[in-house]
Structure formats: structure tokens, C-alpha cells
Design a protein around this ligand. Sequence first.
Ligand code: PGA
Length: 265
Amino acid sequence: MSTHERRPMVAGNWKMHGTRALARELVEGIMSALESSPADVEILLCPPYVLIPQVVAQVAAAPCAIGVGAQDTDASDEGAFTGAVSAPMLADQGCSHVIVGHSERRHVYGESDETVAAKFEAVRRAGMTPILCVGETLEQREAGDTAGVVLSQVDAVLRDAGAAAFADALIAYEPVWAIGTGRVAEPSQAQEVHELLRRHVRDRDPRAGAALRILYGGSVKPGNAARLFALPDVDGGLIGGASLDAPQFLEIVRAAQGAHTGMAG
Ligand code: PGA
């Protein structure tokens, strides 16, 4: 299946940034630009939990569909888990997607592959779409372990959810050394891992492997997005820093649109 049959997604991961005022301005900036030329790209905004209701209300008035996602969830649906937020709560607030296994969750908060797999299942149980993040550290890349690391991160989820689940899920390949560093993967490095991930799922479930959208993340900016999105197995991006600036985020959306219609260079 060519990239043309998989609709690209550009997802903004705001991380722990934003106030109500900043969110209002940012979402207004994105929506007003899309009013004049709606993009044939799936756009997803992932604000911090507390801003989700406000952003959901704002995008309800958008000229084209803009989805709202969360950056994480608890693996349990409810219970005595002080400070936690569950997937059913996020669905109830209007979220369509949830990021699971972001490298900051794995490395700063010590989440294991098994925890991430349980969260992936919680998101599906609540009727939403998981975006599973995988990626190797610089040390792991330099030791030649990239394939082993990303495949074992995917395998933990495959064991619980099965390969068919990936027909309705996304993977985000985010090399840890490229996140927030300004150091972006070379197109050949990104394509190699994306192709590997797709083949891994396709070997277990051809339909899921063909439908699976794989986003690239890690220092995606207006200046490098078109090159990355034009790669055959890259279906858009998960954008951190540049998603906090409406003009930059919109330029990245346009780059995905160009890739989709075959105009990107
Ligand atoms: P970045 O973050 O674009 O700021 O590198 C990407 C991410 O962590 O999802």
C-alpha cells in the first residue's frame, strides 16, 4: 500500500506547557488559518490534561476536523489511584487518541514495556485510538541495538493486544536522541526503522501492517518536515516544541499535505 492510501496525521504534543490563555491563542491561530484552506491531513492536539476540556470546546467550532488527544493515561479504569487520570475519563472529555509510552514517560517516570502495553489496552477499552511511542537512546543506537529496542517495545504490546489491534492504532517512532535536541534523524535512518516496524506488524497481520500509520517524532520543524513526510513509510509526525507555535505547526501540516498529494520534494 502506498502512503497515499494512509491519511497523514500531524499531532501536537504540548507536553507540560500552556495556560488557558496560551491554549486559546494557539488553537485560534491554527483554526483561523485552516478556515481559508483546510488541509487533507488529520490534525490532533494533545494538551495537558487540565486544558483538554477547553481545547475540545474550541475545536468543536473548527472549519475542519481537529481531534484532541491526551499525552498519557493510567492503565486502570478507576479506583484508589491518587493523582491519576483514566482512559474512560479522557474519552468522556472528548479525547479521540491517547499517547502511550512516550520516552519521557519511560525514562523520567520509569514506565516499563508492560506498563505501556497495559495503557495501550486501557485506551482501546475506552474506545479511543492509542499512539504507541517507541525509540532508542543514543547509546542503544551506537551499540547497534536500535532494531532490538524498538521491536521489543512493540512486542510487549503485540503480546497483549495482538497484531490486528494495529489496524486501528498508530506508532510514533521517536529516537530519544532526537527529542527536543534539534538533532533530527536522517531520512534514511527514519525510513529504515519505519519500514522495519511496518514489516514486523505486516508479517503477523497483513491488513494491519498495510493500514498502520507510523508517525516520526523528534525535532520535526518546518525546515525538515517535508523531507521526512515524503518517505514511503512515514505517515506524518508527532511534534513537540514546534507544536506550541501556530505558524510553525501549520507549516508542518502543509508539509504533510504536500507529501500526501505527492508534491513534497
Ligand atoms: P520535539 O518533541 O518535537 O520537541 O523534539 C517530540 C516529542 O517528544 O513528541
